[in-house]
Design a protein around this ligand. Structure first.
Ligand code: IPE
Ligand code: IPE
Ligand code: MG
Length: 246
């Protein structure tokens, strides 16, 4: 059996080479079910994992960590679960924003968050404004995010610019498309992790994942920790990224 090198958690230097890691945080419900607990218990444990992994990402020198917290399709869940998730999110921002700010983190939200409850929108915008001038890593939370919705919005935005005479249709290139995405000012995506054994993107960062490395682990999100992130970055370091070249 191949022996796996132990991940090095002591070095702050980012020798893994990844700037931007995105995580599809999946498996909260199954984690709870295994313990005969209600799904909300899994989501609560999932918030603890967010705290752990956000700290680890800073320690490991990532420039940006994007976390898929609520998809544009998650509205299909029972209203009580949606309410629980929104409540946890509200509590998370309220309780953790001081620590993020003290650590120089820039908090960002990607997705159509404006459709959430107005008081939550105000909380999100306050947190983003407060931390916008920080110089540390970006923690981006994907909320009411759907990549297909993002691409539709991008098309509409560029069509409006053409209609207004700001640019010509033939001037639209990669930079214009990327500038019209939620992720416009985030670094290019290097690594996409999905927990819980599922191997699909579930409408997450379809454009951005074009040349990202994909990493799937059976670990359920509430069990994910610094060691698990280090293992993913170790695997990433060994990948041969060719971008279509040789
Ligand atoms: C991920 O865990 C959290 C969200 C999608 C909000 P799930 O709630 O999808 O957990 P499973 O997939 O049912 O185990
Ligand atoms: C993806 O997980 C969305 C988030 C992690 C927020 P889901 O649990 O919603 O994905 P599917 O339904 O299994 O594809
Ligand atoms: Mg799931």
């Amino acid at each position: 059996m191949a022996t796996q090198a132990k991940p090095d958690l002591t070095s702050g230097a980012p020798d893994h080479g990844a700037r931007h890691v995105a995580i599809i945080m999946d498996g909260n419900g199954r984690w709870a079910k295994k313990r005969f607990l209600p799904r909300i218990a899994g989501h609560r444990a999932g918030v603890e994992a967010v705290r752990r992994v956000a700290r680890a990402a800073q320690d490991m020198g990532l420039e940006c960590l994007t976390l898929y917290a609520f998809s544009s399709e998650n509205w299909k869940r029972p209203a009580s679960e949606v309410a629980d998730l929104m409540g946890l999110l509200r509590h998370f921002i309220q309780s953790d924003i001081d620590e993020f700010h003290a650590n120089g983190v820039r908090l960002r939200v990607v997705g159509h968050y404006q459709a959430l409850d107005p008081s939550l929108v105000a909380l999100i915008e306050g947190a983003m404004e407060r931390t916008a001038g920080n110089r540390g890593p970006i923690i981006a939370i994907a909320l009411n995010y759907g990549a297909q919705d993002e691409l539709v919005r991008m098309a509409r935005m560029l069509a409006c610019r053409v209609q207004a005479g700001e640019i010509k249709a033939e001037e639209i290139g990669l930079a214009e498309v990327e500038g019209a995405l939620y992720t416009a000012d985030l670094p290019p995506l290097d690594l996409m992790i999905r927990t819980s054994g599922e191997q699909r993107l579930s409408n997450f960062m379809l454009w951005q994942a074009a040349y990202a490395e994909l990493y799937f682990t059976d670990t359920l999100w509430p069990d994910f920790d610094a060691c698990a992130l280090a293992a993913a970055l170790d695997a990433f370091r060994l990948r041969d990224r060719r971008f279509g070249g040789l």
